[in-house]
Structures are given as structure tokens and as C-alpha cells.
Design a protein. Structure first.
Length: 252
């Protein structure tokens, strides 16, 4: 049985590519809801309902576990999903604040995420856990997901967008930047050009898939197959290019 991955679009592929490294023999279904992306500027009910629809779709396709590979959808729906589907491992993702704090570097920790994620209680309580140990600066990035959905990862426009976002920081101000949206790892190189090498860029993909593996092990759901598994891609958007882009992003 496959592991079901879901995101508002192509972003969750940054988590899936980590899963492929850690659990190459599993089968995967990836559903991107690009037709309805971005989620990050929608309201709670919309994101919650879209997330439930996507999870039903993955169950219909036989998913044995669900990875909500979207910070926005996780903050809107993961608790309710877990209450509703008690017997299925359901793993979400949240901004990797803890690893950033653990680095112990001097300077601010900037959390880039969608406006939705940063507004939720879930993020506020995450922040309150660490704000005594570090100066955390939330940075809502409306408009960034749209570039990535178009497959634009490094144009001058993306560079300018990022440059503008960080224009009020001085050199040496920032210790690290947390990528609190699963789309953002795909613009990591452009971000690094803007920030320079001294700033650490952290994403939560690897930590999330470690948790997926642990949960599957506990539920005795890991495959015992010795050969490489396969990925089935689905997307709510009818454009042919979106599936091509999906494969390109994870070099599949
Ligand atoms: N990839 C999603 C996340 O991790 C959100 C993108 C969107 O706004 O749709 O938050």
C-alpha cells in the first residue's frame, strides 16, 4: 500500500524527495491541489475543507498513511484529521523552529511562511516555546508560492521579491532562515544568493519524514519489499505541464 502525500500544489514534493531518500522502497501517491493554490491567503474553513477533500482522495487511492506536506493545511486541519481517522498514521509539518534555535547561532531567526500559517494559534504556541531562547521574526510571504507553482525558481523576479523581503535587515543580523512553507526549499539557491553563505537555511522536510518512518514502524506498516517503489502523481489542475513540473522538481 502507498503512502499518501498532499500539498496545495507542488510544494510537498520537497518533503517527498526526502522520503525517497529515507524510504526508497515504499510506493507513494502524491496529490497536489494546484487548481486551488495558494492556500496561504485563504480562510480557515476553505483550507480545512480542501484538506479533508484531498485526504479522502488519498484514502480512495488506498493510502496506508497520510503526510500533510503543507504547513498551511497542517495548521488548519491536522488535529481534526487525527481525531477523525484515529487508526491511520497522519503526519503534518510545521516550521522547523527547534533546529534553528538548537544551532545556537547569534542573530535573528526569520520564519518565512504563508500569512495563514503565521496567523494560527499553532504557530503562536510554537513561537512562545522558543522566544525566550532566540529572537524570532515571522515573515509572511504572500505571492512567493505563485512563482514556484509556475516553475519559476530563480528568475530575476524571484530574486527581486526575496531581496525586497530582506531589505530592512543589515548584514550579520540574521542567524538563520526557516522555510516554513514546503514550496520554499525549491527557491533555496536563489534565497542563498540573496542572503549570503553565513545565513543558515533550514527546512523541516527531513525531520518530517523521520517522523513518518517512525510512525510507520510503530504501526508495522513499513514495506518489506527489497526493490524501489513507484510514485503516482495526481493534480487537481488540468494543465499537462504541472505533472511535468512535479517530476522535474524531484528529478523523477
Ligand atoms: N506549501 C504550503 C505550505 O507549506 C502552502 C502554499 C500555499 O499557500 O498554498 O504552507
Amino acid at each position: 500500500m502507498p503512502i499518501g502525500f498532499f500539498d496545495s500544489g507542488v510544494g510537498g514534493l520537497s518533503v517527498l524527495r526526502e522520503a525517497l531518500k529515507l524510504m526508497p522502497n515504499e510506493d507513494y501517491i502524491y496529490f497536489g491541489d494546484s487548481k486551488n493554490a495558494p492556500y496561504g491567503t485563504r480562510d480557515m474553513k476553505e483550507v480545512r475543507d480542501l484538506t479533508f477533500d484531498a485526504v479522502h482522495f488519498l484514502f480512495d487511492k488506498g493510502a496506508k498513511a497520510i503526510v500533510v506536506a503543507c504547513n498551511t493545511a497542517t495548521s488548519a486541519a491536522v488535529s481534526e484529521l487525527r481525531r477523525t481517522y484515529k487508526d491511520v498514521p497522519i503526519v503534518g509539518i510545521e516550521p522547523a523552529v527547534k533546529p534553528a534555535v538548537k544551532l545556537g547561532k547569534k542573530g535573528k531567526i526569520v520564519i518565512m511562511a504563508t500569512p495563514f500559517t503565521l496567523k494560527q494559534e499553532k504557530f503562536k504556541s510554537l513561537m512562545s516555546k522558543y522566544e525566550r531562547d532566540a529572537e524570532i521574526v515571522p515573515m509572511p510571504c504572500a505571492g512567493l508560492v505563485e512563482f514556484i507553482e509556475k516553475g519559476d525558481l530563480g528568475s530575476q523576479d524571484v530574486y527581486n521579491y526575496l531581496k525586497d523581503k530582506f531589505k530592512d535587515f543589515n548584514k550579520g543580523d540574521i542567524a538563520s532562515v526557516v522555510l516554513g512553507c514546503t514550496h520554499y526549499p525549491f527557491i533555496r539557491e536563489t534565497l542563498s544568493e540573496v542572503l549570503g553563505d553565513e545565513v543558515s537555511i533550514i527546512d523541516g522536510g527531513e525531520g518530517t519524514v523521520n517522523e513518518v518512518k517512525r510512525r510507520l514502524e510503530l504501526a508495522d506498516l513499513l514495506t518489506d519489499r527489497k526493490e524501489k517503489g513507484k510514485i503516482s502523481f495526481y493534480n487537481s489542475c488540468e494543465r499537462e505541464e504541472i505533472l511535468e513540473l512535479s517530476k522535474k522538481l524531484i528529478k523523477y
